[in-house]
Design a protein around this ligand. Structure first.
Ligand SMILES: Cc1cc2nc3c(=O)[nH]c(=O)nc-3n(C[C@H](O)[C@H](O)[C@H](O)COP(=O)(O)OP(=O)(O)OC[C@H]3O[C@@H](n4cnc5c(N)ncnc54)[C@H](O)[C@@H]3O)c2cc1C
Length: 314
């Protein structure tokens, strides 16, 4: 299983809990359902959910777990994760309130913590008359998850605005990457394996408040018209093969709108969204439906769809 740009393997060792507890001021919780942490509303119990409150705590935890060869994942707002029905026999690290800081300079330089909400930050910057994050209206991401995924919409991507990314490596060391030091691609930051983003520095442009606000509203209105926002989902399930060939069009042409496996349905509104309207779908339903989508698109036009949603399994 690949995540945070690399394999996450190994088995959770419960004997380490007391030692890891001593490293964090936040709580370690056991058995929290993935379905309560992911916008898909799917997923079984997590062996350990650790909330860290500072880069130092994060560094100490990552270092201790790496030294023991323990499997660790970073969770943002869970808006791009499909968590396995049997849960995760792994450590999941989440950034606490200590990572929500936001500083906005007059020249449009913005320093923001990785646990801040991308939507809230985009709204705040729009209200203050800074342009550059209008595309983010309606993306329910944390800044850390949005950096990791290089979130984008309406022809823009987060990396367009990034000056530098701050994070912690599995060795526990802090690191800063200038924008040019990371191999940004469509829905990928290319961050080193296991690195956890702690904050990000952005550059926005001062602009006309009314115009910025109008663009945000238009983007949101377009989203509401084209996407099933009221239903549980993880947004787009597959990456677009290219900007000219959106996955949604291929799926629609292959007749997948409305196709259902268990509680998971290909949205009638947008064929690249799988929705969980009754919140009864399992990860197995979604995986089976994704496989069916890939098979039908392959058969209809020979294109192999690549998942955008991250599959979290032990
Ligand atoms: C209604 C809806 C609309 C959406 N619209 C869009 C859209 O327009 N454009 C778009 O790009 N996406 C969209 N998405 C998908 C999703 O919001 C993005 O992929 C987002 O970037 C995920 O952020 P997150 O904080 O929820 O990350 P999570 O889902 O929690 O995690 C996603 C990945 O990021 C990693 N990660 C999370 N936090 C960190 C961190 N601090 N450091 C390192 N790695 C981390 C995780 O390990 C995981 O691999 C949408 C989703 C929904 C539900």
């Amino acid at each position: 299983m690949i995540d945070q740009a690399g394999p996450v393997s190994g088995k959770f060792e419960p004997g380490l809990v007391p030692r890891i507890s001593e490293l964090v001021s936040g709580r370690i919780r056991h058995g929290v359902l993935g379905s309560t942490l992911a916008t898909f509303a799917i997923g079984g119990p997590l062996a350990a959910l650790i909330t860290v409150e500072s880069p130092e705590e994060l560094g100490a935890v990552l270092q201790a777990l790496a030294a023991e060869g323990q499997p660790v994942r970073a969770l943002g707002f869970g808006s791009n994760c499909l968590i396995d029905d049997c849960g995760l026999d792994q450590w999941v690290v989440r950034l606490g309130a200590g990572f929500k800081g936001l500083t906005i300079r007059d020249d449009g330089r913005v320093m923001v913590g990785a646990a801040a909400s991308l939507m809230s930050v985009a709204r705040k910057l729009s209200d203050e008359g800074f342009s550059g994050l209008e595309f983010a209206a309606g993306i329910p991401a944390s800044l850390g998850g949005a950096v990791f995924m290089n979130a984008g919409a309406h022809g823009s991507e987060l990396c367009d605005r990034i000056v530098s990314v701050q994070g912690v490596l599995p060795t526990g060391a802090s690191a800063t990457w200038a924008r040019s030091e990371l191999p940004w691609r469509y829905r990928s930051s290319g961050l080193p394996v296991g690195a956890v983003v702690t904050s990000v520095t952005l550059q926005l442009e001062p602009g006309d408040k009314a115009k910025i606000s109008r663009i945000c509203s238009d983007n949101l209105a377009e989203r509401r018209a084209r996407q099933p926002l009221a239903l549980s989902s993880a947004g787009s399930v597959f990456k677009n093969p290219s900007p000219e060939v959106p996955a949604g069009r291929l799926l629609e042409t292959a007749g997948l709108k409305g196709v259902r496996v268990g509680g998971a349905i290909v949205s009638e509104l947008h064929a690249n969204w799988i929705v969980n309207p009754e919140r009864k779908a399992t990860a197995a339903d979604v995986m089976m439906l994704m496989g069916l989508c890939q098979q039908r698109v392959r058969a209809s036009c020979g294109i192999e769809l690549e998942p955008e949603v991250r599959l979290w399994r032990s």
